[in-house]
Design a protein around this ligand. Structure first.
Ligand code: ADP
Ligand code: MG
Length: 340
C-alpha cells in the first residue's frame, strides 16, 4: 500500500486555533448568551440585559452594570488564554468565578462580528472595541460593559446550517438565562427579542426567584430541601411526586452556584424519587450543592457544564439523603409558602 504523502508539521495560525476552540465552546446562540452572562456576573453586575435578533443568530447583546474593563485592557479581553480571573495553579484549584479559561470572547469573536463597549467604574468615558478591525474609539455608556455579537457563524456556514428555527434558538437562549436566574436571585435579568421584552426577573429573595422562574404553581407543589453532611450542604426545592412531568425540563442542579449537568447529581436525585415516582415521570427540582471548591474539579469540560467530584459517593449520598428527607417530611410543615 502507498504511504500517505508526508506533510510538514506546522503551527496553526491564531485565528484558526480560536475557531477550533470555538467549536467546543460555541454551539449555538445560547452558548454565547451563557458565556456573556457568566462574564457579566463575574464582573459583579446587579442587572443583566440580553437583547436578541432572530433568536440570537443576527444579534446577541449582553449589557451589564458591572466593573467594566479599562481601555488598555480591552484588546486583551479578546486574546486567547487571557483572563483576569486566575493567575496560578492554586487559583485554578479553588476557582470562585464562572469563567477562568480566558477563552470565551476569543472563541466567539472568531465566529462572529464582536464588539465590546465598556466603561470601568470610576472612569468618565467608555471605549468601544471592534474585534474584526481592532479599531478602538471613545464612546458613551454608563459604568459597565456591553458585548455585541452579530452574525454568528457567518464565516462558518457548515456550523450555521446546524442552527434550528429562530423560535427554537430563542427558547435555548431563554433557558440559558433561566439557569443563571435561578443561581443568582440577587441579580435582575431581562431578555428582549426583536425589540419586545420576553422575560424579566427582578432582584428577589431565593423563594421569590424560584416562584418567578419555575412558576408559583410548581413552587407550591414542592418541599424545601436543607441538608448538611460535614462540609457538604445541599439545599433548594424538590417537587412532590404529583408535580412530576413527562419531560426532564425542570431539573436544575448547581455546584457552588454553577449550573451543571452531572450524572452523579441526576442519578442521586433519580434514586431519591425511586419509590415515589413510577414509569417515565420526571421529577422537578432545583438543588444547590455547596462544597469545598478544592473537592470539585470544574476544569473538565470547555463549557464547564460537567464537573468531577473528588469523592462522588459522598456527594451522591448527600444529595440522595437531602431529597429523601425533604420528600418524607410532612407536607404541611415542609411546604413553606412563597413570599411576595
Ligand atoms: P474568562 O471569563 O474565562 O476570563 P473571557 O474570554 O470570557 O474569559 O473574558 C476575558 C476577560 O475579559 C475576563 O477575564 C474579564 O477580565 C474580561 N471581561 C469579559 N467580559 C466582561 C464583562 N462583562 N465585564 C467586565 N470584564 C469582562
Ligand atoms: Mg468568561
Amino acid at each position: 500500500p502507498l504511504a500517505p504523502p508526508r506533510r510538514p508539521i506546522r503551527e496553526l495560525p491564531d485565528e484558526l486555533i480560536s475557531q477550533i476552540a470555538a467549536g467546543e465552546v460555541v454551539e449555538r446562540p445560547a452558548s454565547v448568551v451563557r458565556e456573556l452572562v457568566d462574564n457579566a456576573l463575574d464582573a459583579g453586575a446587579a442587572q443583566v440585559t440580553v437583547r436578541l435578533l432572530a433568536g440570537g443568530v443576527r444579534l446577541i447583546s449582553v449589557e451589564d452594570d458591572g466593573a467594566g474593563i479599562e481601555r488598555e485592557q480591552l484588546p486583551l479581553a479578546l486574546r486567547r488564554h487571557a483572563t483576569s480571573k486566575i493567575g496560578s495553579l492554586a487559583d485554578l484549584e479553588s476557582v470562585g468565578t464562572m469563567g477562568f479559561r480566558g477563552e470565551a470572547l476569543a472563541a466567539i469573536a472568531s465566529v462572529s462580528e464582536l464588539s465590546i463597549l465598556s466603561r470601568p467604574a470610576g472612569q468618565s468615558s467608555a471605549f468601544l472595541l471592534h474585534a474584526g478591525s481592532g479599531e478602538l474609539r471613545p464612546a458613551a455608556r454608563a459604568t459597565g460593559t456591553t458585548v455585541e455579537v452579530k452574525e454568528l457563524f457567518f464565516s462558518t456556514p457548515a456550523r450555521r446550517k446546524f442552527l434550528k428555527t429562530d423560535a427554537t434558538e430563542l427558547a435555548h437562549c431563554i433557558e440559558a438565562v433561566r439557569r443563571h436566574a435561578l443561581a443568582r436571585p440577587d441579580v435582575g435579568f431581562a431578555i428582549w427579542h426583536e425589540g419586545k421584552l420576553v422575560e424579566q426577573w427582578r432582584p428577589a429573595t431565593r423563594e421569590q426567584r424560584l416562584a418567578d422562574v419555575l412558576g408559583q404553581e410548581l413552587l407550591e407543589q414542592s418541599v424545601a430541601v436543607e441538608y448538611s453532611a460535614g462540609p457538604l450542604r445541599v439545599w433548594g426545592r424538590a417537587g412532590v411526586p404529583d408535580a412530576a412531568r413527562s419531560r426532564a425540563d425542570q431539573q436544575f442542579a448547581y455546584v457552588n452556584g454553577r449550573f451543571v449537568r452531572d450524572k452523579v447529581l441526576s442519578h442521586a436525585a433519580r434514586s431519591a424519587y425511586e419509590d415515589v415516582l413510577h414509569g417515565q415521570r420526571q421529577p422537578v427540582y432545583a438543588i444547590y450543592l455547596e462544597i469545598d471548591p478544592a473537592r470539585v474539579d470544574v476544569n473538565v469540560h470547555p463549557t464547564k457544564i460537567e464537573v468531577r467530584f473528588r469523592d462522588s459517593r459522598e456527594v451522591h449520598q448527600a444529595v440522595r439523603h437531602a431529597l429523601e428527607n425533604a420528600l418524607a417530611a410532612p407536607r404541611a410543615a415542609a411546604a413553606a409558602p412563597a413570599q411576595g
